[in-house]
Design a protein around this ligand. Structure first.
Ligand SMILES: C[S@@+](CC[C@H](N)C(=O)[O-])C[C@H]1O[C@@H](n2cnc3c(N)ncnc32)[C@H](O)[C@@H]1O
Length: 246
């Protein structure tokens, strides 16, 4: 069951819109959503301990990380010819990867199927667009849809790059994922990821980029054209060159 605690003072109308969007949201676990002026926190019991995940697009640590150059994500979603301007993040989640891409000048549409996560993300984005003068926030917008349906709909207009970051499968041999990830896994799920990936390959103008755990198999066992690695994750890049207007 979802409980809501609204502590918002300055953005009352935006908080009200968030509450309207999630008031009928059904979840088995006991979850408390705390709405603050520039953040949201989701709290629940994990291993008999109350644990909260707080998120804000104005978090200074997140913004400091976003401006770092030479990140594998930036390299994967770009190319030397600079022909990648528009990106659709097909699995937006909390929008952190999208924010990094938007900080580096890309225009990013974030698509999230889960109503609770989408409404929180949209609330945080509208506050950031209102309170901050940073250009990156104007490069972002959010939609509440199943991305597979969106890619197959008439509303889809071809993006230069389609980005996927599906939730990583739990691995028996490793420790529990981070608390943030455990809370995300409690709230939501991957929908149609392999079909989404296959649709993306025929819908992206220049490339599809998939974030994976470093040693995980590729999606649909399809070999990537380029791979950018970090310590624990990698980005598989598929060059598509679909120049047909949809
Ligand atoms: C691992 S999270 C993404 C985290 C994100 N990259 C970030 O930086 O915060 C994956 C998200 O994809 C969403 N998702 C999974 N399948 C989807 C689909 N078919 N359409 C839209 N969103 C989907 C899930 O609800 C979840 O919120």
């Amino acid at each position: 069951m979802l409980k809501i605690a609204n502590h918002c003072h300055y953005h009352k109308a935006k908080a009200q819109q968030l509450i309207e969007g999630i008031k009928n949201y059904v979840i088995d676990a006991e979850v408390l959503l705390r709405i603050e002026d520039d953040s949201v926190a989701l709290c629940t019991d994990l291993q008999q301990q109350t644990t909260c995940f707080t998120h804000s697009l104005l978090d200074p640590k997140l913004l400091a990380r976003a401006i770092q150059k030479n990140q594998a994500l930036i390299k994967a979603c770009n190319n030397k010819k600079r022909e990648i301007h528009s990106i659709i993040d097909l699995t937006a989640g909390w929008g952190r990867d999208s924010l990094i891409l938007a900080t580096h000048g890309q225009s990013v549409t974030m698509i999230e199927q889960n109503g609770l996560i989408y409404n929180c993300l949209n609330y945080l984005l509208s506050i950031a667009q209102h309170d901050s003068t940073q250009a990156c926030f104007q490069n972002l917008n959010a939609l509440n849809l199943n991305s597979l349906e969106y890619l197959n709909s008439e509303d889809y207009s071809m993006a230069d790059c389609l980005y996927l970051d599906p939730m990583f499968p739990a691995h028996k041999s490793t420790a529990l994922p981070s608390k943030d990830l455990q809370i995300l896994q409690l709230m939501t799920t991957n929908l149609d990821i392999e079909s989404l990936f296959e649709a993306a390959l025929v819908r992206a103008k220049h490339r599809v980029v998939v974030k994976r755990p470093l040693h995980a198999p590729t999606l649909s066992n399809t070999k990537a054209d380029i791979v950018y690695k970090e310590k624990t994750i990698r980005f598989d890049v598929y060059l598509t060159h679909n120049n047909v207007t949809v």
